[in-house]
Design a protein around this ligand. Structure first.
Ligand SMILES: *Cc1c(COP(=O)(O)O)cnc(C)c1O
Length: 220
């Protein structure tokens, strides 16, 4: 069995209701998700639309499914019927599409805006200037989508100073936005390698995969 139950219990204790654990189960089998489900875990994160839809159909309906990957507009419709929270909204265009599909499903979909904090060019998201310039009246007017927070990923580096400064930047942006918009309540930051640092900078939602489920075998 590849699920690290000891690590799971330690993380749950550490978070101690101050932050939500999203167990990132991408590329992992149904049985691994069931193992954590039986221990009480209900929030799971996936990166790929097709994989998420397959797992949703096979697993208990009280699971809260978090979409944490890069979402293409043309795929929103597949997850709109059931997704609990979309973490990686990186454009207003995508937000409009989520709203459109949510209307069709007669539900409201909660979203996080992804902020680009890493120095790497490949990461998606709004930069600081863009996010602070957002027209909240326009977003609040969308009937079936609600922006409830921010999500970010630090650079892939062993340099703790870099990671700290990136998380600190996101925390600062988050605090500014909270003053403008009372719906902003979630700060999703921290993965297996850096979640303890993220918690020091105000993260209240961590996305942890490999520490719980082991390393992913194939690159996806
Ligand atoms: C894969 C992934 C994670 C989890 O990464 P681990 O290092 O395995 O904990 C978290 N967030 C996002 C956006 C991911 O794609």
């Amino acid at each position: 069995m590849s699920v690290n139950i000891t690590a799971y219990q330690q993380i749950i204790q550490l978070l101690h209701n101050k932050a939500t654990l999203v167990a990132v189960s991408k590329t992992k089998p149904i049985e691994d998700i069931e193992t954590l489900y039986q221990l009480g875990q209900r929030s799971f994160g996936e990166n790929y639309v097709q994989e998420l839809v397959e797992k949703y159909t096979q697993l208990p309906k009280d699971i809260q499914w978090h979409f944490i990957g890069h979402l293409q507009s043309n795929k929103v419709k597949y997850i709109a019927p059931f997704v609990y929270l979309i973490h990686g909204v990186d454009s207003i265009k995508l937000l409009l599409e989520v709203n459109k599909q949510a209307i069709k499903q007669n539900r409201t979909i909660n979203c996080l805006l992804q902020v680009h904090i890493a120095t790497e060019e490949t990461k998606f998201g709004f930069d600081e200037i863009e996010i602070l310039a957002i027209n909240w009246a326009e977003i609040n007017a969308l009937t079936n989508v609600k922006v409830v927070g921010l999500m970010g990923m630090a650079s892939f580096t062993n340099d703790i100073k870099i990671i700290e400064s990136e998380f600190k930047q996101l925390q600062r942006i988050y605090q500014k936005l909270q003053q403008q918009n009372s719906s902003i309540q979630l700060l999703s930051m921290g993965m297996s390698a850096d979640y303890t640092i993220a918690l020091q900078y105000g993260s209240n939602m961590v996305r942890i995969g490999s520490t719980l489920f082991g390393n992913r075998v194939y690159a996806k």
